[in-house]
Design a protein around this ligand. Structure first.
Ligand code: GLA
Length: 631
């Protein structure tokens, strides 16, 4: 519920209240976010009056931005949003450079409106309510130094005690303005000390929980690799140092965004903390032309007084009910057998069918043909972009194989890596300029491949055409959409020099365009996202692909940590987890078959080993595990 009275605003969910107000000069003061305060509609102004900071004198370093407010130093109060140049010395929410080179903004309240639907940022994923329910509050602020307006858009998700937020800049002037940052969320709090929990890692060691006590200075969690990354997930949790699993104040923010992101906590000198989350501003420089608008990605924000578990449950519910869409939202996910660790690039129809038959006999439901089936793909050295059948490996092509798999009573799934091109590929030979790289400079290769320039429409159209063809000719029921390298030498030959700072963000907008078009064209297909394991595991991806491959590390004991970290925000229905062979291929550990299943049960379950080459006894155990999971 949204309550408004005399420039005071309250966003109410069953267990939380979020309250802010405008002051006499039009600054937005943040007053409260936490356990619910029951407020009558006519009582909000009174509540805000009680909560408003009492400022009687300035400290020795105070800066007064507005003589109409001689006691107000922006640095000393909790603000709803902040900008550079007017005396708030903390990290800002928005940063613009005007045509004259100046970079001071002074956003003041202009008006508000309430919409009876959940608004979402254009071109980006957005939380939704079934049947068009939901309410949004839009606060418009106007910059005193330019003709730029800033809309703060809030949505209230009652059933999970979550708020969603994003910002929208509108350039109503005649000159282009440079956007150097527009975060998704700012939250200023009265707090001297916080415990921050975030999730770091690398390949095969994703979502390692990391705790930091912040008393002074700034703590930053960010990434610059071009996607949300296995290095730093956008999930950011903060709490009292005393908060436990089940008790105490706990807050979290996550982003519906799969690109470079940044979350920070900054301790102010007067017992205040500022939390910011959004696109990583270090890699954003956007030219906002006259008449254009620019949105930041949506952030989801939640609070619970029931500790980490409260926040975790609320975020699970949010992802399950308000992010994951389409046919597979509430449908039982098929138990799969994946060919990767069973045969790597050496896929052959005969072997595939033998594996599929054995898996079907054990009760599995979906066969996933992983890498190696297309072009001349015998290793990771070639063929990405050449999405035609390798007839030596699949004599009857995808079409024939799919038919045979379906005849075994299994669904058929396929691996693709649509965003990439190998240097050794027909596609690259034909369109070398389609790769992200700086002309005339050497280019770093990752896994022998380059990233396609998704800022370009013709490149996206090629991908759509080739993927539509793969999905249709293979009559696929499932797609594993992989993405295996970071963006380096970030540059697009299709954009002018002053727009190169837009490439990272435009790339992700391109990814979303591809996903949107392909998931709409193939609504019945189950998509699983992957990025060298869990390198792009975020709510933005889950908006399109209801499940993600949690990690390339399939060792049961390593997986305990990885799945535990992931499960703090992401529901188990979103976490791909498979039983693999021993000794494990990543860490060479031997674990009993029942341990491997006990861990893999806590996700979208499957097997990723050659079940034709294990003892009969183990095959029987596997059949009973499949049965257990189905129950
Ligand atoms: C990535 C994925 C793996 C597998 C390989 C195929 O590493 O994370 O699961 O699909 O690519 O090349």
């Amino acid at each position: 519920m949204i309550i408004v009275q005399d420039g005071c605003f309250a966003l109410q969910t069953p267990h939380t209240s979020y309250i802010f107000r405008k002051d006499a000069a039009g600054n937005l003061l943040h007053l409260y976010y936490g356990e619910k305060i029951e407020i009558e509609e006519e009582g909000l102004a009174k509540v805000c009056e009680i909560m408003a900071p009492v400022i009687t004198n300035q400290n020795g370093c105070s800066l007064i931005a507005d003589t109409a407010q001689p006691n107000l130093c922006l640095d000393d109060v909790c603000l709803e949003i902040s900008s550079r140049g007017k005396g708030d010395m903390r990290e800002p929410y928005v940063e613009l450079v005007l045509a004259d080179g100046s970079s001071t903004s002074d956003f003041r309240y202009e008006n508000y409106r309430i919409e009876e639907s959940l608004l979402t940022p254009e071109g980006l994923p957005g939380a939704y309510e079934e049947k068009g329910n939901g309410q949004s509050l839009v606060i418009t602020l106007a910059d005193r130094n330019s003709k730029v307006k800033l809309e703060l858009v809030y949505g209230v998700m009652e059933d999970c005690d979550c708020l969603v937020r994003y910002g929208r800049l509108v350039n109503s002037g005649e000159e282009t303005v440079t956007v150097n940052r527009l975060m998704s969320m700012q939250l200023d709090m009265e707090a001297g000390v916080l415990k921050i929990t975030d999730f770091h890692g690398d390949w095969a060691r994703e979502m390692a929980k990391n705790e930091t006590i912040l008393r002074q200075g700034k703590y930053v969690n960010d990434t610059s690799v071009g996607f949300s990354s296995n290095r730093a997930n956008p999930l950011f949790i903060w709490a009292d140092t005393e908060t436990t699993q089940e008790y105490g104040d706990c807050y979290a923010v996550n982003l519906l965004y799969s690109g470079n992101h940044r979350e920070s906590a900054q301790a102010g000198g007067h017992g205040k903390m500022r939390i910011l989350a959004g696109m990583n501003p270090d890699y954003l420089c956007w030219q906002l032309e006259a008449g254009e608008a620019f949105c930041s990605p949506q952030a989801v924000l939640t609070y619970s007084h029931q500790g980490y578990q409260g926040v975790s449950g609320q975020l699970h519910y949010f992802v399950r009910e308000h992010i994951v869409r389409g046919e597979w939202k509430h449908k039982e996910r098929p138990i799969l057998i994946n060919s990767w660790e069973a045969m790597y690039f050496d896929v052959q129809e005969k072997k595939i069918l033998k594996l599929a038959r054995t898996a079907a006999n054990a009760g599995m439901e979906l066969f996933v043909l992983d890498d190696g089936w297309f072009g001349k793909r015998n290793s990771d050295a070639s063929s990405l972009g050449d999405w035609y059948d390798n007839k030596e490996k699949l004599p009857t092509g995808l079409a024939g194989l799919s038919e045979k798999i379906h005849k075994l009573g299994l669904k058929f799934g396929i691996w693709v890596e649509p965003e990439m091109v190998s240097e050794d590929s027909d596609l690259y030979r034909k369109h070398p300029d389609w790769a992200v790289r700086i002309p005339g400079q050497e280019h770093a290769l990752g896994r022998n491949q380059m990233v396609l320039d998704l800022t370009r429409e013709e490149v996206r159209n090629y991908i759509i055409e080739s993927m539509s063809d793969v999905f249709s000719r293979g009559k696929v029921d499932y797609v594993k959409w992989d993405m295996n390298r970071s963006i380096t030498e970030c540059y697009s030959v299709a954009l002018p020099s002053d727009r190169q700072g837009e490439v990272f963000h435009r790339y992700i907008l391109g990814v979303y365009d591809l996903y949107e078009r392909l998931t709409s064209e193939f609504p019945e297909v189950l998509f699983e996202s992957c990025s060298s394991g869990g390198g792009r595991f975020d709510p933005g991806m889950l908006y399109y692909a209801p499940q993600g491959w949690t990690s390339d590390d399939s060792d049961a004991i390593e997986r305990l940590k990885i799945q535990y970290g992931t499960s703090l925000c992401y529901p188990i229905s979103s976490m791909g987890s498979h039983v693999s062979v021993i000794p494990n291929h990543q860490v060479f550990r031997k674990t009993p078959l029942h341990t491997r299943a006990n861990v893999a049960y806590f996700g979208t379950f499957g097997y990723e080993l050659d079940v034709t080459k294990i003892p009969e006894e183990d095959r029987n155990v596997i059949a009973s595990q499949v049965e257990t999971y189905k129950k």
